[in-house]
Design a protein around this ligand. Structure first.
Ligand SMILES: Nc1ncnc2c1ncn2[C@@H]1O[C@H](COP(=O)(O)OP(=O)(O)O)[C@@H](O)[C@H]1O
Ligand SMILES: [Mg+2]
Length: 513
């Protein structure tokens, strides 16, 4: 079988960087192979994909050594347009890839760029729509699409240009479980057509039945390469020791009963552990409307006992984020109450005491350094006279922030940003936390660090609400799961080995797992 992508002793250093982002890469991807590229954040996955699709050196300049070739022709010898027609790319954030505002135009865009005749473009778009089953989206506007639908449109528009090689860089970072499964089916189709597919990923379970080979990177080098079967046969402890996430769904299940990774406590024992501050977060008859019209959340009664974490799950668009915003006082309720330790609080009193850790913490960090961010949080604290449960020093240490103190918050990775954001919330005086999708784009190590911190906060008696599609994280920290369906929460399902099947179904896993 011929080689589609080949690296020979390839190294790359970004201009201005102090060390190589890629070191002596030797890798051959054969035609028709599906290769998963994984490894901790910063190990060089994205850089390797940039070397394949020509973004290095077109967009990212630096010093290269060795050889990278597509179809045995060095990337440097390809014209930009020929390379773009041969290697199609799908990036992490589908929002950043859209040029047009409607789906049909977006699907045609790549082909138009190649200067194809109109009739050919129309045919290609038609074929692509059929291949990926996205006919129902054709006349939508891009901004109306969910994350998963956007990613499918991006893949379809790349497919329409008929590349031989598909390079996907963390395509599921923003996706829920059903969207991940759909993407998996789309990749299966590409594979059946004989296309070469390279996927860089942290979350691996959706690829375990698709992958031919798994390549693990570490510090810019290839640490190992296995057939999918051999990789799956490596002990799970070995793989998580390397900072990798679960390969099979059952391995995620196991987190729910593993005492080392999960910091769970039984909800009933919570009250005794900490006499003071037995804070529970509760809503009674809570209704939230969208722009004074449509009622998104109706009659919501939800109790999160002190020292427990509830996972809030549900399909996109059911109002999870809206509920989170209302709990935290960013969005006003139309009716009902939000109570903390038995006291109903108006939105302005909730802001800060019920603290929202956002999906992209960059939006809530404003200072020039991490240290300033934390000092400011403490200074602005909503209840300045109250004794603080957490000191700056202890949080810096617990959250591993000391070495980041002088960094600019926007230069932090996702996991680091989440940690700063939680610490700032606690210094501000948070007595309950609401986390919106904190971990889907994080590698195992960062996910585990957040899980440990959540465990610690539970021991301090904080009630925590975690909105998540990340089953592995859910199993690691949550005591119970509530699904929000049509704007109303279900009865909480305690999370234990017997309930995992039900919880997986709530998250949208198909029954094949
Ligand atoms: N545009 C860039 N300029 C300078 N350094 C970069 C750039 N992009 C990534 N790096 C650095 O290259 C290394 C590999 O990063 P990356 O390829 O993004 O890893 P991954 O995708 O595995 O998280 C990291 O040390 C990162 O900080
Ligand atoms: Mg990356």
């Amino acid at each position: 079988m011929s080689v589609a992508v080949s690296f020979e002793r390839f190294s790359f250093r970004y201009d201005g960087a102090e060390s190589d982002a890629l070191r002596d890469i030797d890798l051959q991807v054969h035609e028709g192979e599906l290769v998963v590229l994984t490894g901790e954040s910063g190990c060089g996955k994205t850089t390797l994909t940039r070397a394949m699709n020509g973004l290095i050196p077109l967009v990212y300049q630096g010093t290269m050594r060795g050889r990278v070739a597509i179809d045995d022709k060095p990337v440097a010898e390809w014209t930009t347009s020929d390379l773009a027609a041969t290697v199609g790319s799908v990036f992490q954030n589908p929002r950043s890839q859209f040029v047009n505002s409607d789906v049909e135009a977006e699907l045609a865009f790549g082909c138009e760029n190649q200067g194809l005749p109109r009739a050919t473009i129309a045919e290609r778009v038609h074929e692509s729509v059929r291949t990926f089953g996205i006919g129902h989206l054709l006349h939508s506007r891009v901004e109306e699409l969910s994350g998963g639908q956007r990613q499918m449109v991006v893949l379809a528009s790349v497919y329409a240009t008929h590349p031989d090689v598909f390079v996907l860089d963390e395509p599921t970072a923003a996706l829920d479980v059903p969207s991940m499964e759909l993407l998996g089916q789309a990749l299966a189709r590409l594979k059946a057509m004989g296309k070469t597919v390279i996927v860089s990923e942290h979350r691996l379970w959706w690829l375990s039945d698709l992958a031919d080979r798994v390549v693990v990177m570490r510090d810019g080098a290839i640490a190992g390469s296995w057939s999918a079967a051999d990789f799956g046969a490596l002990p799970w402890e070995t793989r998580s020791g390397w900072g990798l996430r679960a390969w099979r769904v059952e391995e995620m299940d196991a987190r729910a009963s593993s005492p080392t990774s999960c910091e769970k406590v039984s909800a009933t024992s919570v009250g005794d552990r900490r006499g003071e501050g037995r804070v529970a977060l509760e809503t009674r008859g809570l209704c939230v409307s969208y722009r004074h019209r449509r009622r998104v959340i109706g009659d919501c009664d939800l109790t999160i006992p002190a020292g427990t974490a509830i996972g809030l799950v549900g399909a996109n668009g059911t109002g999870k984020t809206m509920l989170a915003r209302c709990l935290c006082g960013i969005q006003r309720e139309a009716a009902g109450t939000v109570e903390l330790a038995g006291t109903a609080l108006r939105p302005s009193r909730r802001a800060g005491s019920i603290y929202l850790v956002m999906q992209e913490p960059g939006y809530q960090l404003f200072e020039h350094t991490v240290a300033r961010e934390l000092e400011e949080a403490q200074r602005r604290g909503f209840d300045r006279d109250a004794p603080k449960a957490f000191s700056m020093e202890s949080l810096m240490e617990d959250f591993g922030l000391a070495e980041l103190a002088q960094r600019h918050p926007l230069s932090l990775s996702g996991g680091q940003g989440q940690r700063v954001s939680i610490a700032a919330g606690l210094l501000y005086g948070a007595r309950a936390l609401v986390m919106d999708e904190p971990t889907s784009g994080l590698d195992y190590r960062n996910m585990a660090v957040i899980a440990r911190q959540v465990g610690r906060l539970k021991r301090h008696g904080l009630p925590i609400c975690v909105i998540t599609h990340d089953y592995e994280f859910l199993c690691s920290v949550c005591d119970a799961v509530v699904s929000l369906d049509g704007g109303r929460p279900s009865t909480p399902i305690p999370l234990n080995p017997e309930t995992l099947g039900r919880i997986r179904r709530l998250l949208g896993f198909s029954s094949v797992h």
